[in-house]
Design a binder for this molecule. Structure first.
Ligand code: DCP
Ligand code: CA
Length: 393
């Protein structure tokens, strides 16, 4: 049977969710921000709508900079819980139409559609259209979908038409699809690799596909070289694999002023723990791990974790552990700038037979290790990027 893979990517996701809640915001630049609490515009842009993109605003940009570009824009704080809940409902819709699905990030999902469409690309496109319609009808949100014979082609096809696109690349069209494309557009090729390829005289994916394996492994190492060799020809055999739940819930925030005051730090961390616990409760999760993160002046970051024998679900255990970790932490004369609390190795409460089961290896580190090539960062997806933003200012 012909393999058919779909990738669904929500359009300007966090910003679209905000727009939906506030129809008055539609048509105006809308910027979702991760405020650091430092000054009115300290922090970074999480994402923004297309009106703001037209003005040059981008994910990861300092908010103060975005403010200069979109003077009359609406700057809203990110509400991760809201996006997670929308994401969960969207994933449930995708699962109704396909037996095998994989959530690749908070707003992206792969699905195998070969069986469902009897190996017929037009039927697969019809299924994708039904999924898009249902998401629009139930969630009032648009997405862009790519369909191809593997994950790589599906992902790159989804990029072709945004927003609200549906792009099918059939096997016989792959050569034409990739040939003239800039090499930087090949999935897994970041800025660094792109620069190196340019220096080697490779500008397009078609030119990359002409290079022999030895040339690529000599320049990019065995595993990434092999990846480039295959990917440039549109080859990819990564399976669509179900992943466990995201595996962690965290909250991180800046102190109003850098501090060394132990009592202030304890009170602050205790409030973060309460927030995390509230979210865990809302999602019905229990945890086996508690992590405390400290970011000191100069952005030096430290983490300390404790792992339990069995799953825990009480605020007392979380608070007590967080406090122990804080007290054990040695500031070594420095001041603390940000602090975070995370619970990990999660499972849904009372999940049958899950007593000994853990989510180890399903977190982003496990995923990154599994991703066999330099595409690791990109494959890990936007949710990791969003998490990373929290540490980026
Ligand atoms: N995100 C973030 N910081 C980044 C990248 C992403 O906080 N540097 C968050 C906000 C995005 C979400 O992750 O809404 C999904 O990321 P995407 O890269 O898919 O970006 P969008 O969905 O916002 O836009 P697009 O329409 O281009 O997919
Ligand atoms: Ca998206």
């Amino acid at each position: 049977m012909q393999r058919i893979v779909m990738l669904l990517d929500m359009d300007y996701f966090f910003a679209q969710v905000e727009e939906r809640g506030e129809p008055g915001l539609k048509g105006k630049p809308l910027i979702v921000c991760i405020f650091s609490g430092r000054g009115e515009f300290g922090g970074v842009v999480s994402t923004c709508n297309y009106e703001a993109r037209k003005l040059g605003v981008r994910s990861g940009m300092p908010i103060a900079f975005a403010k200069k570009k979109a003077k009359d824009g609406a700057f809203l704080p990110a509400d991760f819980g809201k996006y997670e809940r929308a994401s969960e409902r969207i994933m449930q819709i995708v699962k109704k139409y396909a037996k095998t699905t994989e959530q690749a990030s908070i707003d992206e999902a792969y699905a195998e559609l070969g069986e469902e469409s009897e190996g017929d690309f037009s039927k697969a496109a019809e299924i994708a259209q039904k999924i898009k319609d249902e998401i629009l009808q139930r969630e009032k949100l648009t997405c862009s979908v790519g369909i191809g014979e593997n994950k790589l082609i599906a992902k790159m096809a989804a990029e072709m038409e945004k927003p609200n696109g549906l792009t099918v690349v059939k096997p016989q069209e792959i050569g034409k699809f990739l040939h003239g494309m800039e090499v930087g557009k090949l999935f897994g090729v970041g800025k660094k690799t792109e620069g190196k390829l340019h220096a080697l005289g490779v500008k397009t994916i078609g030119e990359l596909a002409q290079k022999d394996l030895l040339f690529l492994t000599e320049n990019f190492g065995n595993s990434f070289g092999k990846y480039l060799f295959d990917a440039s020809k549109g080859k990819d055999d990564e399976p669509v694999e179900e992943r466990e739940e995201a595996g962690q819930i965290s909250r991180i925030a800046s102190f109003p002023k850098d501090t060394q005051d132990k009592k202030e730090i304890e009170g602050f961390v205790s409030r973060l723990a309460e927030d995390v616990f509230k979210r865990a409760g809302e999602e019905g999760m229990e945890f086996r791990q508690v992590t405390f993160t400290a970011i000191l002046e100069g952005l030096e970051a430290h983490t300390k974790s404790r792992t339990f024998e069995k799953y825990e679900s009480s605020i007392e255990v979380l608070q007590k552990t967080a406090m122990e970790l804080v007290r054990e932490f040695d500031l070594r004369g420095k001041k603390m700038r940000r602090a975070g609390v995370r619970i990990g190795m999660l499972q849904k409460k009372g999940k049958a037979g899950a007593g000994e089961k853990t989510n180890e290896g399903n977190g982003s580190a496990g995923r990154a290790a599994k991703n066999r090539n330099g595409a690791g960062n990109k494959l890990a997806g936007a949710w990791d990027a969003a998490q990373k933003n929290l540490f980026d200012f």
